[in-house]
Unconditional design. Sequence first.
Length: 647
Amino acid sequence: MAKDQQQISLTFPDGNARAYDAGVTPAAVAESISKSLSKKAISATVNGQHWDLQWPIEGDATVAIHTMQDEAQANELVRHDLAHIMARAVQEIWPDTKVTIGPVIEHGWYYDFDREEPFTPEDLGLIEKKMKEIINKRDPVRTEVWDRDVAIQFYKDRNEPYKVELIESIPGDEPLRMYWHGDWQDLCRGPHLQHTGQVPGDAFKLMSVAGAYWRGDSDRQMLQRIYGVAFTGKEKLKAHLTMLEEAAKRDHRKLGREMDLFHFEEVAPGSVFWHPAGWRVFQTLIDYMRRRQDAVDYIEVNTPDIMDRALWETSGHWFNYMDNMFLAQTHDDRDYALKPMNCPGHMMIYNHTLRSYRELPIKISEFGKVHRYEPSGALHGLMRVRSFTQDDAHIYCTPDQLFEECAKVNKLILSIYKDFGFEDVHVKLSTRPENRIGSDEVWDLSEDALRTTLEDANMNYTIFEGEGAFYGPKLEYVLRDAIGRDWQCGTLQVDYNLPERFGSTYVSASGEKLAPVMLHRALFGSLERFTGILIENWEGKLPFWLAPRQVVVASITSEADGYVQEVVDTLRKAGVQAEADMRNEKINYKVREHSLSKVPVILAVGAREVEEKTVSVRRLGQKQTSVQALTDVTAQLAAEATPPDLR
RNA sequence: GCUGCUGUAGCUCAGAGGUAGAGCACUCCCUUGGUAAGGGAGAGGUCGAGAGUUCAAUUCUCUCCAGCAGCACCA
């Protein structure tokens, strides 16, 4: 049986190379290295590609064999195999269920099914149990490459229309791979583990079931998606579940209720009723932003909330977004709409007078409240609402000034985020979309301005090809919060289009009327949403200067009431937001209540403090107290109440 | 908007085909207490809205509204 077997050279991570027969599998390679490695092996990386142990290697390559110690690969395999195991379990329990796709996602996987009956939360337990049985069977995983037509016929025979559609959409030159987990098989790109027993049976959990559209298309079939999380070990699963509990504790909707910051009503879905404490945070943000913008020559304006349809037609909103606009009916035969954006109003202000190049750049800002009829399913606490306040501004400049203005906005954004404790900022750069207006030269200019801005500032960014707005490219600023969650907040967009639509001009040095370039920018984005993010980031315990309530002065005995009032007045005069608690309750009760509502400082006063003109200071989260002179405490708290830009 | 689930006192929740209960909060009384719940009494609900089935509906059915999870959307 001797034949000319072509030899290939495989290079290992330690730099050593060995010769093997062409077509050797990583499984065989692992076995040639050591028995124990062969047992522990889960997959390989071949020439940089994650490689199934069963796939043949046909040419010279670099090869690394992975074990469960290689977290990245192990997670991917475990999650991917669990997706298959779950689909198998579901089909074993409910054979009429049709399978679709089941990808790996952050922390786990999901699988979409088509089945008449909805899955219930109890079903998840059943499925989990069945999955554990499958894992315990240690069923072998094997793979084959199939002919396209055979695969299509196979799935047609099995009445799996989604798989047929999937195969039909895979490019003809791509090999079709089938995977078996025991007797159950699925079309799959791989790679996978060697047998189901390699999946840690105690490190996964089915989390939820929810609807999801087939192929993400809202015009198509709604499927049932089951989500699972999985890790390489039980401890990691536990840590993840603990993290979820921590995140739930930070939920701004829950904290908003507990801290009495705001509420919602059925009569105004998606619109906030701000309570005094919440409104104080909101106003503190606006005051802060106003100062920061004043310092760099922004001018603040205010424009109407309700404007005629004609304006929205000019801006393009009427045709593009009418379904998402609040329309106002009146008795004067005119169509009005509540503003969904501030820019058209700012165009009116820009256009109101003749502009000279000497004035540019003009930076028009507005804390405008915009109204958008968001889909009901999109509403989510403060994070997605139907009326919200933007820290919006539009910068009108000459094309020559474009880059410099972008750089200034970028600098301002970063400096502001820093003041709020967000140092980990990532930027998304979205470039020209397929469907766009304007010449390529203009797009080159706009994109260059944004890209150069980021590169000059040494910033971390990701390019999203084709994701820009139809009128121009944009930057989106993403903050990472205290527990690693990302929030998209600020945006900076270049726009050559709107000035043209509105016929905006400026008189150039040579006396010509030219069109300005316009930048749209928002730093907090939505004040409502940013407030929500702050609440979640700090778990309600906002820094003193931002805290919804700063100080409660609590009496220990009613004999101290007069002094309590004196302390409150003193603090207020010093710019500290203080309130008195002179209720007929014990100090324990008061401390508990205000601590639960996350008041950062409680000042307790009893007979001794009255006598000595002191206060007993208790900071949120600290058990020990300290008695200090009122004058010292006032100075200290006044300093802490000062916003960072004024320190 | 779509799929599923949920809607009972201000909050957190229990409950059953025969028109409702707990704890906390609230009001009043006693208590003046030194850093995370002092004691007692009281008041509070068209059981999300509408329709249907039934002798009888808050409970069962349907429609609508709102919320939750996910999907889709996000100028």
